[in-house]
Design a protein around this ligand. Structure first.
Ligand code: PHE
Ligand code: NA
Length: 517
């Protein structure tokens, strides 16, 4: 129990904060990249099905369990999920995922967020104007080098990182209604405004004008033309499920924490849908209409696929857009740069604020910490944990964080909570929690989906992420297995990662032994 009696100031504040939590860098950077890597239109159908059968149910589970735990004075997942099955104590330990994941994701997420601040600044002062594509790309590379001075400010990446964390910490220290709600009320409308401006620019791009080779519809068609053959490809399903978790912020513990500050009889069913669908609008309408249509318009699909596969999505946005915007003339280029990176910053900060709250709730509830102290401890912790991503950016630290914290733990935790909700807490009680104070009729079919479909799909995703085969070629891998050729794990899969590291150690040991002989 705690003396922490905070609550949301208004319904609109709650919805905007929850939408801000969901809408993030994932919508504008991760979604387009996942779509490109998984064949454009081939990705969309599994993505939408995952939204309906896992995303929506998990939103409802997390909103209602959060509010349930909040009634008992709990604001972090170890105690929230423990309160749903008080007799068995292991839930508490599983619930630690819901704190750990946030801190670990924040450690790389806030670093990217700080780049967006830097890119706003450089768009504003005109750093990119007159640079060619190689110049902008080089700028990115230089920025990542800690001791560089070529971008103008010494230790620039650290300076922006600290500014960004200080902002987060300050807002968090002001609490829900005095900090997070205000931030969401400012950030979300501006984000939509900037997003609509850029999406219009993206989809109305004309071939043959201002250096564009294709018009805006080419990239859009690539994303939206459904390809049904992908439905039988499990690795596309895994990617789609992963994107749904990340983008909705489910499986993390942030939604439960936000929801734990909702009063007992206030609606969760409709609010959850409002925030969730808002995220989908920003993702599939705005997110899909900016980066890809603009890049495809100038580079063509093949080049974009190549850029994504070599540099990742961050590379594409930070290394290409400031250059491409210049084709629109200097005034529009500046406006577009500020809009795009400003939009990313607003999307990012409303999400990283959410990542801070479970940690803070935990310290406030269990150790009686003051909110301000809890907030600063979060900033400090993220700074320390984030340093490896800053210092060793070029050595794959980033990918490690994203893989373990941003992918694996989400799936594990989502699986745990869906089983707890439907099978341990019990679907009847769960259904009652969801419907208490509900301002919409939850379709009855969802009782069935919550009980059977969502947990089995999560199990499937979990097993798939443990054992996915090299290259994601499931059919080939299964026939190889039966032909007695064994199972080659994808180095990116869970077991693959572990066994590959073991392999690397063996090889290294063998080499040293060889060198010594
Ligand atoms: N949903 C956010 C995004 O799309 C990321 C996020 C994950 C935010 C977990 C909070 C918690 O970028
Ligand atoms: Na999102």
């Amino acid at each position: 129990m705690s003396s922490n009696t905070e609550a949301w100031g208004s319904r609109i504040g709650l919805i905007l904060a929850m939408a801000g939590n969901a809408v993030g860098l994932g919508n504008f950077l991760r979604f387009p990249v996942q779509a490109v890597q998984n064949g454009g239109g081939a990705f969309i159908i599994p993505y939408l099905i995952c939204f309906l059968l896992m995303g929506i149910p998990l939103l409802w589970i997390e909103w209602s369990t959060g509010r349930f735990g909040g009634q008992r004075g709990d604001h972090s997942t170890p105690f929230i999920i423990q309160s749903m099955d008080p007799k068995r104590h292991f839930w508490k330990y599983l619930g630690v995922f819901g704190i750990f994941t946030n801190v670990a994701v924040a450690a790389y997420y806030c670093y990217i967020e700080s780049w967006t601040l830097a890119w706003v600044y450089h768009s504003l002062i005109g750093t990119f104007s007159g640079m060619d594509q190689a110049g902008v790309a080089q700028f990115f590379t230089d920025y990542m080098v800690i001791s560089q001075t070529t971008t103008g400010i010494p230790y620039e990446n650290i300076v922006f990182y600290v500014i960004c964390l200080a902002l987060n910490t300050y807002i968090l220290s002001r609490g829900l209604s005095g900090g997070i709600e205000i931030a969401a009320k400012v950030a979300m409308p501006l984000l939509i405004l900037f997003g609509v401006f850029l999406a219009i620019q993206g989809v109305t791009l004309m071939a043959g004008e201002k250096g564009a080779v294709y018009d805006g519809t080419v990239g859009l068609n690539f994303l939206w033309e459904p390809q049904f053959d992908s439905l039988t490809n499990p690795s596309v399903w895994l990617a789609a499920a992963g994107q749904i978790f990340f983008t909705l912020s489910v499986g993390m513990g942030t939604i439960q924490c936000y929801a734990s500050y909702i009063r007992k009889r206030r609606d969760v069913a409709l609010n959850a849908m409002t925030a969730g669908w808002m995220n989908e609008f920003v993702e599939v309408v705005l997110g899909a209409s900016i980066l890809i249509p603009i890049c495809v318009g100038y580079f063509g699909i093949d080049k974009v696929v190549e850029l994504v596969n070599s540099g990742g999505g961050f590379g594409l946005a930070f290394q290409s857009l400031p250059y491409l915007f210049q084709n629109w003339g200097s005034l529009l280029a500046t406006l577009a740069g500020i809009s795009f990176f400003g939009l990313l910053f607003f999307a990012g900060i409303t999400s990283s604020l959410a990542m801070g709250t479970p940690w803070m709730g935990f310290l406030q509830d269990e150790f009686g910490w003051k909110r301000e102290h809890a907030a600063w401890s979060f900033g400090l912790l993220v700074f320390c944990l984030g340093m490896p991503t800053v210092l060793f950016f070029n050595y794959g630290v980033f990918g490690e964080y994203d893989y373990w914290a941003g992918t694996v733990s989400l799936v594990v935790f989502a699986m745990v909570e869906s089983i707890l909700f439907a099978w341990v807490f019990g679907i009847d009680r769960g259904w009652e929690e969801l419907n208490r104070g509900a301002q919409m009729r939850v379709p009855h079919i969802y009782k069935f989906i919550l009980k059977y479909v969502t947990p089995s799909m999560l199990l499937f995703v979990f097993i798939g992420s443990l054992f996915s085969p090299v290259g994601g070629e499931w059919a080939q891998a299964i026939s190889d297995l039966f032909a007695g050729k064994g199972w080659a794990f994808d180095p990116g899969s869970l077991v693959g990662t572990i066994s590959n590291d073991a392999l690397k150690t063996q090889i290294a040991a063998a080499q040293t032994a060889g060198d010594m002989a």
